[in-house]
Ligand binder design. Structure first.
Ligand code: ATP
Length: 285
């Protein structure tokens, strides 16, 4: 039977602003999302008999219907009236519950993989529409590069390529629930909102110094209160020469942007001895 392996990159939020809470309970966001080369690898093998199986080398994710990869397979097979089954194996390298869209990117990889294995010929837009049924971050995970996300995160405007970023990412040793962090957000308490106009001006000018300066995430107010270690890691990264450091998504991952690869490598080696999950990364195109 046919097999495929798809790379599933993590995302970081270079900016994350929240406009308001909507009547449907979701928050209206505005966020610049960026893929980084921290990758899961999703192996898929079609089989002639029905049934979806999910296995992983990680003990931290479910291997049943609760896995977003399972739900993605069920959705695309069902919508296309396919009777075949699929075996999925996830090589998990993206930290779980970390604000890096690990589940969403695996789901996106499954949509792409089954589309290709079964020769469905679905265009990216059709896959993104399916992805939106699975979660707000899944459509972005089907895109390349970077995008400005609005709405729940599913309304995407692709951004042009900019300068490649040198990134150090640290995942503290605990998880945060996205729902709980959004639930704790009080917009009146937020002191700084992202200036998206200034950010995008720096972006189109390949101006890494101002890209870094304009990075802002309103959810830090909530997550840092729950977990002050996030603020400690940000300070450490800046002391080690980062242009700026920010929490990604609802956290707790913190990433820093560096002007030079050597400085990033230096900071990474320093932090690796204190934090088990530290990564030296770059943009993923
Ligand atoms: P987001 O930023 O999209 O809210 P996250 O990066 O904070 O997500 P995930 O790593 O996607 O968080 O994990 C969130 C929850 O989803 C975890 O509790 C995990 O058990 C569950 N989950 C289901 N499928 C997966 C998957 N394939 N990979 C990771 N987590 C998964």
């Amino acid at each position: 039977m046919k097999k495929v392996v798809i790379e599933a990159p993590a995302k970081i939020n270079l900016t994350l602003g929240v406009k308001r809470k909507r009547a449907d309970g979701y928050h209206e966001i505005e966020s610049v999302m960026h893929h980084i080369n921290l990758l899961d690898r999703v192996h898929m093998k079609m089989k002639s008999e029905e049934g979806i199986t999910v296995n992983s080398d990680s003990r931290l994710i479910p291997e049943d219907k609760n896995n977003l990869a399972y739900q993605a397979a069920e959705l695309i097979l069902g919508k296309n009236g396919l009777k075949e089954g699929v075996e999925i194996f996830i090589e998990k390298r993206i930290p779980v519950g970390a604000g890096l869209a690990g589940g969403s990117t695996d789901a996106a990889a499954v949509l792409r993989g089954i589309n290709s294995l079964m020769g469905l010929g679905l265009e990216r837009d059709a896959l993104m529409e399916l992805g939106a049924e699975l979660g707000s971050d899944v459509p972005f995970c089907l895109m390349d590069g970077s995008a400005l996300a609005r709405g729940r995160g599913e309304l995407l405007t692709p951004l042009p390529k900019t300068t490649e970023m040198q990134i150090v990412l640290v995942k503290p040793d605990f998880q945060l629930s996205t729902a709980q962090v959004y639930g704790g957000l009080v917009l009146g308490k937020v002191r700084r909102f992202p200036d998206i106009g200034a950010f995008l001006a720096a972006w189109t000018n390949y101006d890494i110094i101002n890209i870094a300066r304009e990075m802002e995430n309103v959810l830090e107010t909530v997550s840092i209160e729950k977990c002050p270690q996030i603020a400690v890691i940000k300070r450490e990264l800046i002391q080690l020469g980062a242009l700026n450091a920010l929490m990604s998504g609802s956290g707790p991952s913190v990433f820093a942007v560096f002007a030079e690869e050597e400085k990033a490598a230096y900071a990474y080696h320093k932090l690796k001895s204190c934090y088990q999950e530290a990564y030296l990364l770059r943009s993923y195109y």
